[in-house]
Write a protein that binds this ligand. Sequence first.
Ligand code: PMP
Length: 447
Amino acid sequence: MSRVFHRHTREELPSAAKGEGCYIVDTDGKRYLDASGGAAVSCLGHSHPAVQTAIREQLEQISFAHTGFFSNPPMEALADILIDQAPEGLERVYFVSGGSEAMEAAVKMARQYFLEIGQKQRTKLIARRQSYHGNTLGALSLGGNMWRREPFQPILLENAHHIAPCYAYRDKRHDESEEAYGLRAANELEKKILELGSDTVAAFACEPVVGATAGALPAVPGYLKRIREICDQYGVLLIFDEVMCGMGRTGHLFACAEDGVSPDLLCIAKGLGAGYQPIGALLVAGKIFNAIQQGSGFFQHGHTYMGHPLACAAALAVQKVIRDENLLENVQRRGAELRAALEERFGNHHFVGDIRGRGLFIGIELVADRASKQPFDPKLALHNKIKKKAMQEGLICYPGGGTIDGQQGNHILLAPPFIIDETHIAEIVDKLGRVLDSVFAEAKAVA
Ligand code: PMP
C-alpha cells in the first residue's frame, strides 16, 4: 500500500520508472506517449543527455549556496540568456522554484514598487475569469477558475477582482470582427479600473495564451495591445503569466512577443527547466528594479531554494539545446502539422467545438452540441474519463473541465515535447481518436 498522499486519493496511478524521449515507461514496462509534456512541462522530452550531463557537472561543483549569501555561475548565465531574448524593457530575473512562486513574487513586487514610488494606495489586483495562476493563496486569489477557488474563497485575498477572458469561440458576436471583439473584451479592463478607482489598482495579470483552464486559448489579435494601452493610461502594472505558454511552447520563446506587447512583470516556469529540475522565474522591467534598488534596496521576499545551482544549470542546458538545435522552428512546423492532423480527424466531429492554439500548445474544446456550443453536463466528469482512457491507450494528454460563466466546459490540452516528429503526430491523433470514440459512445449512451 502506498504511503504517499497522492493528489487523487482514490486513484491507483502507474509508477513512472523511466523516460525515453517523448515516452514515459512505467514499472510494468508499459509505454506512454507524452503528448502533454505532463502539464506543458517536458519540452525536451525525457532523459535528454545534454541536460543530464549539465546537472551531473554542476553537482560535482556545488549544489546549493543560499542566495542571501552568494550568487552562482549557472544562475548568472541563465539570467543573461533570458534577458538577451526577453521582450523589451525586461532587464532583471528573479529566480524561484515554480509557477505559483513566480506569480506570488510578481504580486508582491508590484505592491512594493508602488510603495517605493509613493503610491501606497494602489492595493487592488485585477485578473480574468477562466484563468489559472497557481495554487498558493495569493496566486489562487488571482486565478479565475471558480472550481479551484470555491473551497478556499473565505481565505483568499479580498482585493483580487476579475473581468471576462478573451474567449472568441464563446463570446465573439457573429456580426463582430475579431479585432472589434478584442477591443470590446480588453475595454472591460478599463471599466473595471474606473469602477475600482483608477489610482487604487496596482496590477492586471493574464495568461497571453490561457492554458489549464481553457485549453490553449490565445487572445485575438490586438487584445493584448489594447490591454497594454489601458495599463499605461492608468499607471497599472501589467503581469503576464507565461508559466505554461512561455519558453517556446507557442513557437516563440515568449508568447507575448507574437502579439508585440511587453509586460512589466513576466512569469515563467514549466518549460524553463523542462521538468529536469523545479525552477521558475520572474522577469522584471528596469523601472521596477530601479525603483526598488534606489528605494529600500531590497525586495522584501525570498525562498530558501531560489536560484538553486542545479536547477539553474538544468534550465541553462535546456535553453541552450532549444537555441542550438533550432527547436522553435520545429515547434512551429510540427505545431502546424499536428493542428492540421487534428482538424482532419476531428474538425467536423459533432462533439468537437473548437480546435485552437499556437505552436505546440493546442486545445480541443469538447461540446455536447456543436451548433449551440452547449457544454457537456459536468456530472459526466468527461475529463476524468478521457484521462483514464488515454492512459489505458498509452497516451498522456491533459483534459480539463474549465468554467464557462459558472458552467463546466471540457477541453483537452496537447503540449508535446518540441522534439516530436511525424510518427509521434500520427500516434497522438490515432490514440486520441480511439479515446474520444470510446468516451463519446459512453456519453451518448448516458445522454
Ligand atoms: N500559472 C499558470 C499559467 C500555470 O499553468 C500554472 C501551473 N499549471 C501555474 C501558474 C502554477 O505553477 P506551479 O504548478 O509550478 O506552481
